[in-house]
Write a new protein. Structure first.
Length: 179
């Protein structure tokens, strides 16, 4: 029979990361559409697709279950961190690309070479790389007039174009309902 000893302490490096996560989570910043996340929320790494603060927000949370497993007595600390992270997940900045990168990317023919490795050669210069699909998030392709849709009861600005997908057309016709 093999016995495994389980330690209930964090080493100095882990404590340092925990302190950093605590500071990030508990420092007041504004993730609303009128604010901006604190500069330490990464928005530069792994461009073009993962260079939004929400990816750092997600990745920051990955360590919490491990810390909780090693030092369960610190649950108040972990609960506070989790609450602060979850509070940011429901904000404008947690979905900024889905809310602002609307429609077809006019710069798709000017992507830098290091981004093009993510696209098949036949699609380079002809399709966008990051952000939402090619239909406008609130149910159509172009934000030009106010029309309520299934995904926006407040009257999302929208009008269809010839490139709408069946999902977009179904949403616009009311065949797809929001939950």
């Amino acid at each position: 029979m093999t016995t495994t000893s389980r330690t209930h302490e964090l080493d100095e490096r882990s404590l340092g990361w925990l302190r950093f996560i605590w500071d990030k989570a508990t420092t007041a910043d504004d993730w609303s559409s009128r604010g901006e996340p604190h500069p330490w929320w990464d928005r530069d790494s792994t461009a073009p697709m993962c260079s939004f603060p929400r990816f750092d927000l997600n990745e920051t949370a990955y360590a919490l279950p491990i810390y909780c497993d090693v030092t369960p007595a610190w649950r108040e600390v972990y609960t506070r961190i989790a609450d602060e992270l979850v509070g940011r997940h429901t904000t404008f900045w947690a979905a900024i690309d889905w809310l602002t990168l609307i429609g077809h990317d006019p710069a798709q023919d000017r992507y830098p070479p290091e981004w093009l490795v993510f696209l098949p050669e036949r699609l380079r210069g002809r399709t966008h790389l990051a952000g939402p699909p090619t239909v406008w998030r609130r149910g159509a392709c172009s934000p030009t007039r106010s029309v309520p849709t299934a995904t926006s009861s407040s009257g999302a600005s929208s009008t269809c174009c010839s490139r709408c997908t069946p999902t977009c057309q179904a949403t616009r016709s009311g065949a797809v309902r929001s939950r």
